[in-house]
Write a protein that binds this ligand. Sequence first.
Ligand code: AMP
Ligand code: GLY
Length: 423
Amino acid sequence: MNVLILGSGGRENAFAWKIAKSSSCGQLYICPGNAGTRLIGKNINISLANFDEIKTFVLNKNIEMVIVGPEDPLVNGIYDFFKQDDLLKKISVIGPSKKGAQLEGSKKFAKEFMLRNSIPTAKYKSFDKSNLSDGFNFLESLESPYVLKADGLAAGKGVVIINDVEEAKKELSSMILDGKFGCASRTVVIEEFLDGIEMSVFILTDGESYKILPSAKDYKQIGENNTGLNTGGMGAISPVPFLDRFYLEKIENEIIKPTILGLKKESIEYVGFIFFGLINVNDEPKVIEYNVRMGDPETEVVIPRIKSDLLNLLKGIKDGTFSEKDLNVDDEVAATVMLTSGGYPEKYSTGYEISGVEDVDSSIVFHAGTKFENEKLITSGGRVMSITSFGKTMEDALKNSYESVSKINFKGKYYRTDIGFDL
Ligand code: AMP
Ligand code: GLY
């Protein structure tokens, strides 16, 4: 079967790497892809916002499955676009409907969904222009620190945590009245601060049944010891060592099952991945956020640990056999270390030549912000590549990744040397 993967990051490189191994995979296309995916399939250059052009391409190339990497096309309704088109509706889209994507596209929607379905999460209220002064009063009623979240998509930047109540009020005004995060912060969710260790659990679902994928923990901040600005993610480990069978069972009963049941009860069409961003508060798991896609760089450790044929599993979603299929996972630990451009996540330069990738033999190099231009591999983004390795222990896996990291060079190369430090 011909497959199209939408997206251009390390996540999509990991999907492509895995899908291409399937005996069912025909021609593989990645849109727009990067210098890593071009070695696995064919990169094509269509804007992910241009559904009509994607339609023409999919029909011309006899594509039977579209795997959607990032959240934007999902929140913009690519699933519904396919299902409502007579020529496209038989094509399998791996990703939820526009309504389902609201679990990530609107924090307010997600919180209301959790409340309706008794899914544990932080207490909250939401505010907009019409009840801004209630927002100030609500902040007064809470204890420091204060968590303010832009309702809509804000490229991972829409959450602000502030210690001082007066500062928090100013921030609330700036988000709602001055459009600090554009339209995304016209509505703001204020919630109780939760103190605990974060972890991520992922499932793949056909809307009826689900399979729990390997767990992972990512490292969001740019600096060592989790300091400095938030990034897309600087590294990840799978599995999460403290997430044992019993705790996972608790998460399954209190969070995963009610989520799937809630989607069904509310007639929300959902196929694809759900990423549960969780926090462990006194041994009680609570949902910090839903994402309607896989995480990046979590995918770069989760997908390599899946031994089963992923395309075969995804085909099961289409033909109704998903629940009968097995998901086998490698027992080894996977670790990934992200190489970034100096300056990221603030201003950084690109266009630098990358050397040494061909010398890496004990890791998988997943490209993110890379381009192949004038016969050269060059940097083209903030997160450049994610170096994944296996090991019997986390320490072994990390040692392999850091050894490989030392072989790859480009001007301004930066990475965290302490991935896994807290585990
Ligand atoms: P989100 O985009 O909702 O995942 O939020 C980004 C980050 O903010 C999370 O990964 C947490 O580290 C932090 N965060 C979000 N909500 C809370 C909360 N209620 N309490 C404490 N930290 C939070
Ligand atoms: N690594 C976090 C995310 O993909 O949202």
